[in-house]
Design a protein around this ligand. Structure first.
Ligand code: GDP
Ligand code: MG
Length: 291
């Protein structure tokens, strides 16, 4: 990516509107330098519209960044992205020169679907499987825009445990060390606090229990996920909850807000500082014992 950036006029980063923070490339700000950037909030039909608006305002505070929320539910708006590309590169806006745009995003974020809509034909394979796009390719679009498609790569946000959970909840990561039950428990705990009314409505609950385990059990019981002896089958309850979140059957839900992002960035910085301090202390100790 570092090699390609100098050759392009513009960078298009495709983010999942439900997790604009956890699906972003944490290195992008550094890599792009002063190249203009469009952040596409994809699958916006699944996300909370109010929060999508909040995210757009927030992300556009960064210099040379514009955003656009898109969804395949409104394909007629997808090509607005091409107009925005031209606007973002004023030097070439009124010229016949091509605009070279690099497009990037984690697997499963909807990048191939977007490219196919922009091109008006089937170019990239789509699928609900991470990493379908493997090769880099150049795609010529209308309005003199050339897309440089890069393979979808997932940059591990190991530092932020919340990011791992949220990527797993949306299905962006399939093979994870976290069990389905834990993912669903994390999800239901967030829904309980952020979208209580959606849970009550969807699962016909009278009230919400205070802890996530009781809540997931209650949902499982409502759905008849019972094992012999009347115990709730948590694994099945977890599957139902995650499937219904991913299809937005529970409702339009966004898993993180700009405030949450800022808080977590502070936490991450603190953890990093703590680690560095410990390392320093160890070094000193080692050095000291040698003297
Ligand atoms: N609900 C919804 N699903 C979408 C949208 N765009 C893509 N998808 C689905 O997301 C999955 C991944 O899409 P794909 O384009 O292959 O993602 P890529 O890995 O980033 O290239 C597919 O099942 C698509 O049908 C959208 O706007 N809304
Ligand atoms: Mg793809």
């Amino acid at each position: 990516m570092k090699k390609i950036v100098p050759q392009v006029d513009l960078i298009i980063e495709v983010l999942d509107a439900r997790i604009p923070f956890s699906s972003e490339n944490p290195m992008l700000a550094e890599i792009r330098g002063d190249k203009p950037c469009i952040k596409v909030l994809s699958k916006s039909d699944l996300a909370d519209p109010e929060l999508t608006k909040q995210w757009q305002d927030y992300l556009e505070q960064e210099k040379d960044v514009k955003t656009i929320a898109l969804t395949t539910e409104q394909p007629e708006h997808i090509r607005d992205l091409l107009d925005l590309c031209r606007k973002m590169v004023p030097a070439k806006a009124s010229s016949v020169k091509n605009i070279q745009a690099m497009i990037m995003g984690i697997p499963n974020v909807g990048k191939s679907t977007l490219i196919n809509h922009l091109a008006g034909r089937q170019i990239a394979k789509t699928g609900n499987e991470p990493a379908v796009t493997k090769m880099q390719q150049r795609i010529k679009l209308d309005q003199g825009i050339v897309l440089l498609d890069t393979p979808g790569v997932l940059w591990p946000k190991l530092e932020n445990r919340h990011g791992g959970y949220r990527l797993a909840i949306t299905g962006a990561i399939k093979e994870t060390a976290i069990s389905n039950d834990d993912i669903a428990l994390y999800a239901v705990d967030y829904f309980r606090r952020a979208y209580p009314e959606l849970l009550i409505e969807r699962y016909q609950l009278d009230q919400l229990p205070q802890d996530e385990l009781s809540l997931l059990e209650m949902i499982g019981a409502k759905r008849g996920c019972l094992r012999a002896g009347g115990m709730v089958d948590l694994e099945r309850a977890a599957k139902i909850l995650l499937t219904e979140f991913r299809s937005s059957t529970i409702g339009r839900i966004t898993l993180e807000t700009p405030e949450m992002m800022e808080r977590e960035l502070v936490e991450m910085a603190e953890i990093r500082a703590e680690k560095a301090a410990k390392k320093e202390a160890r070094k000193k100790k080692k050095h000291g014992s040698r003297d």
